[in-house]
Design a protein around this ligand. Sequence first.
Ligand code: NAP
Ligand code: MG
Length: 501
Amino acid sequence: MSFLEYAPAPESQAILNLRSEYGLFIDGEFREGHGTPFASISPATEKHIATISTADAADVDAAVAAARRAYDRTWSRMSGADRGKYLFRIARLVQERSRELAVAESLDNGKPIKESRDVDVPLVAAWFFYYAGWADKLDHAGLGANPASLGVAAQVIPWNFPLLMLAWKIAPALAAGNTVVLKPAETTSLTALLFAEIVQQADLPPGVVNIITGAGATGVALVGHDDVNAVAFTGSTPVGRAIAKSVAGTNKKVTLELGGKAANIVFDDAPIDQAIEGIVNGIFFNQGHVCCAGSRLLVQESIHGEVVDRLKARLSTLRLGDPLDKNTDIGAINSSAQLDRIRALSDIGEAEGAERWTAECTIPENGFWFAPTIFTNVSTSHRIAQEEVFGPVLSVLTFRTPAEAIAKANNTPFGLSAGIWSDKGSRILAVADKLRAGVIWANTFNRFDPASPFGGYKESGYGREGGRHGIASYLTSGTPARPAVAAAVTKPKTVTKGATK
Ligand code: NAP
Ligand code: MG
């Protein structure tokens, strides 16, 4: 029970002007796909939102052909400065339509409006502004003597940050002079289709951006198409592995941003109030549907009891419910399939001997929901300590020495992100240096900035998105001129490692 009861504060949906049916966006226009259309629903209510086209192989062909024409005839011939102008225009249109985009995202994905409004959509605009600035500077950035675009990029993205992942893919690709065909995830196509409208509004030459909808089969046809030059995928490790196999032996340049199982390491000298907020943000932000989520809490043994008690008290104040309510902290799980996965792995956690605690909250009657859950007494061999749950579930482990914390943190097939909480800067740097994770946050978690490269080690994938490294992924002589460790950036607390491996 929370100490304060809040009156409902739902964000109005009146700003939305949705169509009942959406086609594919190919060559600057919407057209019907040849596959069987599918329904998009709100995961919070299971209500129908719109009917969406499926692209079959012929539609994928048409989209790639449109992208090729646009590449040959306009986009690759345009100056960087001119490409930048289009990207600035898109960024401003995203800002103008930000409220509408946030409402659509929360409706379709289930994430709380305060997150889509204050995190996702502002970052989408920031990504386009940032890469707009790169478009005319490619020759002067240590990206090789004459960095050249690749051609047509095939891009496939997941459902957890639909519009933000689209921005991470499309902004650098266009800035570098490529044209794109992007497939959003089946459960969250809506904001990609609104983005297609923004592309029209920005008057982008037809074919520079194509959005094709459909399920996994559409993704297979897209990444396997003979006439694409680059494949950029964000999603699960098994699909990433299948894609890596399918493009092996071709000249396609590939980036894979896959799963994670981040350790969030809390030392006994950490600022505890901040750490509790950071742990909560680390795993319960976006219902834990975050590839870099701090899903394994490694807490120093001497403060374990205090941290767990305070976490439980804090989680008991979180409000779960209507994603469009401005007070909501925990929204809906994105799909019934994902809910099943979260339930199954949590049950396995219990069966393997971990102790389960769930925040008391009222679960709405319809829709897909999972209350914030903590597992204690977790050992490194438990499946909930090894596998990505991709839900609001935290596994708590303990350690006694920094060496043990590092060994446990690295004891995972993944290596996407990590967090360190300590009062001592020297300890933070010493530990960060030994962690095999692409992004390491210190005394904060889940902070994103377009200037900071993001990506993983090991089964978390390869390639980097964001920053100069992110644009290098879309250029031929894109090998970074300077090696590996790029200290990022702005808010001083993020360190990015492993730009090359
Ligand atoms: P997924 O099942 O791998 O799907 C990702 C995308 O690939 C979707 O658009 C999906 O289409 C499509 N797809 C499915 N099978 C395909 C195939 N064989 N070939 C080509 N495309 C295919 O992953 P998800 O469940 O949507 O997303 C969750 C995963 O993404 C988590 O593991 C998470 O860690 C990871 N993720 C990583 C990052 C990162 O930056 N590293 C960021 C976000 C998420 P449909 O959905 O329409 O079937
Ligand atoms: Mg949906």
